[in-house]
Design a protein around this ligand. Structure first.
Ligand SMILES: NC(=O)c1ccc[n+]([C@@H]2O[C@H](COP(=O)([O-])OP(=O)(O)OC[C@H]3O[C@@H](n4cnc5c(N)ncnc54)[C@H](OP(=O)(O)O)[C@@H]3O)[C@@H](O)[C@H]2O)c1
Length: 235
């Protein structure tokens, strides 16, 4: 039977690269996200067009999951600051970032658990952030990633008894040409120097390829004992 993978947030950036990689590894891939997946046209990745902030999203997800018999891999990739850059932030910002980085993942996991149990060697990967080590980023984002960190660790401990390997990747800032830090690096000014002094001594932003390689390892046979492991990729 086909191996089945879902990338929760698999349409853009590193999420699209996860979808593409899983496809090349022979998985039937379902990429969840609002926009059409940005990947080569010959990649047959099914697009599950859902906005998880939409009130109807969870009934759409239930409908989609009923079409599956099992799931072998889930990568939880939805997350980020979503343009919320206030250092402290009000309650609404905390609630939104908690939902997008953490609660939605818990909810999606709960909806898919029975399908993971039907796989012979299920793997689950969460996208954390180097913020859990260096507290960089705004406070609501850092707090939400810590919630995800606690959940992922407790879940990995519980699910190792069922041979479901739950692991995580904690990248530093990703080198996306259109993002603030990549532009700052390219300009090479005082703000970049300050950022590297405070948070990035290697002065290297993380590449999408670095992260996809880590995911490829975590779903490999060789990583069958990586229960609760975190691959930290940062400088
Ligand atoms: N960027 C960084 O420097 C960095 C550093 C460390 C950790 N991380 C973590 O790595 C992960 C990916 O980050 P990224 O910057 O690559 O994120 P991104 O491009 O902003 O989005 C990730 C994925 O989530 C989907 N998504 C966003 N909002 C959604 C919604 N409301 N409903 C459904 N899908 C939604 C996006 O697709 P659509 O837009 O098509 O919906 C995309 O496929 C996140 O968990 C982030 O916290 C990122």
């Amino acid at each position: 039977m086909d191996k089945v993978a879902i990338v929760f947030g698999g349409t853009k950036g590193v999420g699209a690269a996860f979808s593409e990689k899983l496809y090349t590894l022979g998985y039937k891939v379902h990429a969840i996200g609002r926009s059409t997946p940005s990947m080569p046209k010959n990649s047959e990745v099914s697009h599950v067009a859902i906005d998880i902030e939409d009130d109807n999203s969870w009934s759409k997800i239930d409908f989609f999951l009923k079409t599956l018999n099992k799931i072998d891999v889930i990568i939880f990739n939805i997350g980020g600051s979503f343009g919320q850059y206030a250092d402290i932030g009000g309650d609404a910002v905390y609630s939104r970032l908690l939902y997008l980085n953490y609660t939605s993942a818990v909810r999606f996991f709960n909806a898919t658990y029975h399908l993971l149990q039907r796989s012979e060697s299920a793997r689950v990967i969460f996208m954390l952030s180097a913020s859990i080590y260096d507290f960089s980023g705004n406070m609501p984002y850092v707090a939400a990633k810590f919630a995800l960190f606690g959940y992922f660790k407790a879940l990995s401990k519980k699910l190792c008894r069922e041979n479901i390997v739950v692991s995580a990747i904690a990248p530093g800032p990703i080198d996306y040409p259109d993002r603030y830090l990549s532009r700052l690096r390219d300009e090479g000014g005082a703000e970049w120097e300050q950022f590297t002094r405070d948070h990035l001594p290697s002065r290297k932003l993380v590449t999408v390829e670095d992260i996809v390689s880590a995911a490829e390892y975590l779903i490999s046979k060789e990583a069958g004992h990586c229960f609760g492991s975190i691959i930290e990729i940062r400088g």
